[in-house]
Design a protein around this ligand. Structure first.
Ligand SMILES: *[C@@H]1O[C@H](CO)[C@@H](O)[C@H](O)[C@H]1NC(C)=O
Length: 165
């Protein structure tokens, strides 16, 4: 059920989450936490992914030289903030996979192509975040929904050709 959500941008996934929670409200625990403070936290991270992460990530593969280096630094800084939000927890909400995890894992399939373009290692920069990603990918719903990182890399290559980059 969460599969479709993972493929979308983080903000779009907020609308899907609302839909999923309303349609399947009797079958399962809601994706969105009920507590208002936790809801604000979920919205904060969704915006963070949409604004900070997507922006710097795009600039990594679109640019070269200094501009790419600057984008890479921003991207890694943002990932470290996310890693700080995870802390020592197994998932963002604690012990179980929740909405922040869905929002943030949508990004995992792009890591490989960004590493290739930027010549850096997320594993090296943010080992705890990578461990969380692996934990998420062991879940069948996540594994099935996330596109193959090599296919994403190919697609980015095609986009670059299209843009004449
Ligand atoms: C990539 O990074 C490594 C280590 O940080 C460095 O030794 C290497 O020269 C870099 N390669 C390119 C193509 O910039």
């Amino acid at each position: 059920m969460a599969n479709e959500v993972i493929l979308l941008g983080a903000r779009a996934s907020l609308f899907c989450q609302r839909y999923i929670d309303e349609v399947w409200k009797d079958d399962r625990a809601p994706l969105m936490p009920l507590d208002p403070y936790q809801q604000a936290n979920v919205r904060f991270w969704a915006n963070f992914v949409d604004n900070k992460i997507y922006d710097s990530a795009t600039r990594i593969w679109k640019n070269k030289g200094q501009a790419r280096e600057a984008a890479k630094e921003e991207f890694i800084e943002s990932l470290k903030l996310i890693e700080g939000g995870l802390g020592e927890k197994a998932y963002f909400g604690g012990e179980s996979f929740g909405f922040n995890d869905i929002t943030l894992i949508s990004f995992a399939c792009r890591i490989y192509t960004l590493e290739m373009h930027g010549n850096f290692s997320v594993e090296k920069e943010c080992p705890k975040l990578m461990a969380w990603m692996k934990r998420c990918k062991e879940r069948e719903s996540v594994a099935k929904a996330l596109p193959d990182p090599h296919k994403v890399h190919e697609l980015v290559g095609q986009l670059k050709k299209m843009f004449g980059l």
